[in-house]
Ligand binder design. Structure first.
Ligand SMILES: Cc1cc2nc3c(=O)[nH]c(=O)nc-3n(C[C@H](O)[C@H](O)[C@H](O)COP(=O)(O)OP(=O)(O)OC[C@H]3O[C@@H](n4cnc5c(N)ncnc54)[C@H](O)[C@@H]3O)c2cc1C
Length: 395
């Protein structure tokens, strides 16, 4: 007897870097033999790696398509594979998810729901800060700085903007805000914001090569971004940060870029959780004791089998994992051997304002305009290959 087509489906949750690439990989191999469904709350694939561009967002009100690609176009021959709605729960035992109140059964599942800001329980952080992890949030931030600057057209000193988080996202956002041409954006002569990057106790740009970090510091100094290092935030008050020691830091606007965690729906699915509340997966990206359920991208807690180090939550890693997860979803269904994921980092590129970047590619240090051009090419490569499920050299 043939299975009910709905219950026979491969369901992929999330159409970001991991989910969209997995959908293409499974769809290509399934050749129409079973349904391959892609679920996302938006009908868009957001190019999240570009959401640090607060100045462009502020200048370009309403133009979502500059930061997102319409999913129906990306699914080309199978636009009906898309289910637009919010995933509300995941039941690994009954093998169904609930999307906007409606159960959606699956035979196999890929969980690719990405991540949300992690506030680490710091009082006031969630209520009083802005973030750039979603397009709507980055838009809100851009609008808030625009409003702040517009008010300065009537007088007042430079707005004080604090960015919390000394990783790549915090550095990119701080530099972008500090170097933006706000007078041009708001149409009046206004002072540039004073930007402070609160790095916290983790090292500045932790995990990246020493030469890259040194160069990034020089570029941030040139962009007039000041650094506060070695003390974590303990509370976010309406107009200042309290830190572990020393004086509080006043602000007009605060951005939180201190880390991320999987969305609540993933943390409450009853699946094994590891570091930072991420889903534990084995080397094949399958969730242990749950055959046919895979997790990848920012939701997954994956360890590099060669080094024992965690695989970073990056688009680069998500895209690489998608190739293996797509192959394994089909192999599991066909009773074939699953392949193990091996992480081969290609490097990193951090944009630091003024058309300058700092990075490391294939073991070589790159900086300045050439690094910035390389980053722009990588982003462009993603936009060009996303419709085919291709894998650009993501960095
Ligand atoms: C500003 C910024 C700059 C970055 N720069 C880089 C970089 O240069 N290089 C790099 O490699 N990485 C970079 N990253 C990290 C990178 O963006 C993430 O690691 C990557 O997006 C993870 O891919 P993903 O598929 O796991 O999640 P995402 O790309 O976030 O996709 C998750 C998808 O799930 C959907 N979703 C979530 N919850 C639900 C729900 N409940 N119901 C329905 N749909 C849902 C979302 O709408 C989204 O489409 C950057 C991140 C930020 C914020």
């Amino acid at each position: 007897m043939r299975a009910d087509p709905a219950e026979d489906a491969t369901v992929i949750l999330g159409a970001g870097y991991a989910g969209l690439a997995v959908w293409h990989a499974v769809h290509r191999r399934a050749r129409g033999a079973w349904p391959v469904v892609l679920v996302d709350r938006h009908p868009l694939h957001v190019v999240r790696t570009e959401l640090y561009q607060v100045d462009r967002l502020a200048a370009d009100e309403g133009a979502d398509l500059a930061w997102a690609l319409p999913l129906r176009e990306l699914l080309r021959d199978s636009p009906d594979a898309l289910r637009t709605g919010t995933v509300e729960s995941i039941d690994a035992v009954r093998r169904e998810v609930v999307v906007d109140g409606t159960p959606l059964p699956f035979r196999d599942l890929a969980i690719c729901l990405g991540s949300a800001p992690n506030y680490y329980g710091v009082p006031g952080a969630e209520e009083r800060t802005f973030s750039v992890y979603r397009l709507s949030h980055a838009r809100k931030l851009a609008q808030a700085i625009r409003d702040l600057e517009s008010r300065r057209a009537q007088g007042g000193g430079a707005p004080r903007i604090v960015v919390v988080g000394g990783g790549t996202t915090g550095v990119e956002v701080a530099a972008d805000i500090a170097t933006a041409r706000w007078s041009k954006i708001v149409g009046h002569d206004v002072p540039s914001p004073e930007v402070l990057l609160v790095v916290g106790r983790l090292p500045f740009l932790d995990g990246l090569a020493v030469r890259l970090r040194t160069h990034a510091r020089q570029l941030l100094a040139r962009a007039a971004v000041r650094l506060d290092e070695g003390r974590n935030v303990t509370r976010v008050a309406p107009d200042h940060l309290e830190l572990e020691r020393g004086d509080p830091v006043g602000f007009d606007l605060c951005v939180w870029a201190a880390g991320n965690q999987p969305a609540a729906v993933v943390r409450t699915a009853g699946l094994p959780l590891g570091r930072g509340g991420r889903l534990v997966v084995g080397p094949t990206l399958e969730v242990p004791d749950h055959p046919g359920i895979f997790a990848l991208g920012d939701v997954a807690c994956l360890v590099d089998a060669r080094t024992g180090a965690p695989v970073p939550a990056t688009a680069q890693a998500a895209l690489a994992e998608a190739t293996v997860a797509g192959r394994n979803l089909v192999a599991r269904r066909r009773g074939r051997l699953l392949q193990e994921f091996v992480y081969r980092p290609k490097g990193a590129l951090v944009e630091i304002g003024l058309g300058q970047a700092s990075g490391e590619v294939a073991g070589l240090t790159v900086w300045g305009r050439s690094a910035s051009t390389a980053k722009a090419l990588v982003e462009k490569g993603h936009r060009l290959t996303a419709p085919r499920g291709g894998k650009p050299p993501g960095l």
